[in-house]
Design a protein around this ligand. Structure first.
Ligand code: UT7
Length: 348
């Protein structure tokens, strides 16, 4: 069998398999909601939001759908990569706010961008969704010699599930999408993924499923006082303090484990692209890891928390403005609902 980019096949698996990020793209809706606009809605202030989160504004949709934002970001990534959409063999879409129960957002994006040779599916890992999806895509590239390019996209319309009467959470979230086109390469790569379902109730939003007409007798009791999900559907519920505690641990844990997987020391990382949940979480991690804060990309002041989209949105912005350069070692690190956590170390 011919040796393809990415190295030698052994037992059907590429021995040395990393990824090359060929192109990036992003989409942010036009409506900008600043802290003062939220202060008109709930009992809060620009000062509280800025000091407690670092956020100044976030973008929100004005009629756009989740798949539309993802398709726009994908088109930009495809153009940036200089490939044809027909060459994409797989689309992995990280989203928790798909417009449909079915079809997947990935299938609708496939139609919109004309990537008709691609398999397509969605992946739900909340704020860690992009990291999970990119790592999944890499594993497809590692085992399928016929796969050339993968589109990994993350698109979120968190405004659609935000409870705008809850001041402790509505000040955080925004909408947007980011995407990358990747191919197999022998560049440095390491990853680590984790989850802890015991914290599932700390951050959740229920779906609005219908009841069927054949119910009878006593309903099955599935109650568990530890993990009761009490809110009505489509509202994001966050126990901020619990998630904060989890997040400050998750960021260093995932980063250190991904560095170990890549065989490098964390001090060798040039740029960290963390999930943009709260500046204090990033500052705490920087202190605990003894890594200068300047190494951490900060985009939350402009876009708020966009869940899975936050890492590819930041990545696209800081690649395009020249901050992230070819050859640099990057650590993409996510944490969030599930709870989920994970990181990827790669050479850009
Ligand atoms: O993306 C998924 C992962 N998500 C995260 O990582 C989010 C993690 N959590 C956080 O970032 C923080 O917990 C929040 C930003 C959500 C909240 O910040 P905090 O410093 O943990 O605030 P708190 O919940 O402890 O509340 C402190 C005080 C309370 O008042 P009292 O009880 O001390 O009188 C709150 O009622 O601040 C009050 N408060 C607010 N005041 C003004 C809560 N939200 C607001 C607000 N404006 N928006």
């Amino acid at each position: 069998m011919a040796i393809r980019p990415g190295g030698r096949l052994k037992w059907g698996v590429f021995e040395l398999c990393g990824i090359n990020i060929l192109g990036t793209g992003a989409y942010l809706p036009e409506i900008r909601v600043d802290n003062n606009m939220l202060a008109d809605l709930v009992d809060t202030s620009d000062e509280w939001i800025t000091t407690r989160t670092g956020m100044k504004q976030r973008h929100m949709v004005n009629g756009e759908t989740t798949w539309y934002m993802g398709a726009m970001a994908s088109k930009r990534a495809i153009e940036d990569a200089g490939i044809d959409a027909s060459e994409i063999g797989l689309i992995v879409d990280a989203t928790i706010t798909s417009d449909f129960y079915t079809p997947s957002a990935a299938c609708v994006i496939q139609r919109e961008i004309g990537a008709f040779n691609a398999a397509a599916f969605d992946l739900n890992a909340a704020c860690t969704g992009f990291v999970y999806s990119l790592d999944t895509a890499k594993r497809f590239l590692q085992t399928d010699p016929n796969l050339k390019y993968v589109l990994v996209v993350a698109n979120e319309m968190l405004s659609g599930i935000t409870d705008f009467t809850d001041r402790s959470s509505c000040i955080l979230f925004g909408d947007g999408a980011g995407a990358v086109i990747i191919e197999r390469s022998e560049k440095l790569y390491g990853s680590w993924l984790g989850a802890n379902g015991n914290l599932a109730h700390a951050l959740y939003a229920k779906l609005a499923l219908n009841s069927h007409p054949f119910k009878s007798g006593e309903p099955v009791s599935i109650k568990n006082s530890e993990t009761e999900f009490t809110e009505s559907p489509a509202k994001l519920v966050q126990h901020g303090k619990d998630v904060y505690k989890f997040a400050t641990n998750a960021l260093p844990t995932a980063s250190l484990n991904a560095c170990k997987s890549a065989g490098i020391d964390i001090s060798e990382i040039d740029v960290f692209i963390p999930h943009q949940a709260n500046i204090r979480i990033i500052e705490t991690a920087s202190k605990n890891l003894n890594i200068p804060i300047e190494k951490f990309i900060l985009n939350l002041q402009n876009v708020g928390n966009t869940s899975g989209a936050s890492i590819p949105l930041a990545f696209d912005k800081f690649v395009k403005n020249g901050h992230i350069k070819r050859g640099q070692k990057c650590c993409l690190v996510g944490f969030g609902a599930g709870s989920t956590l994970g990181a990827i170390v790669l050479e850009y």
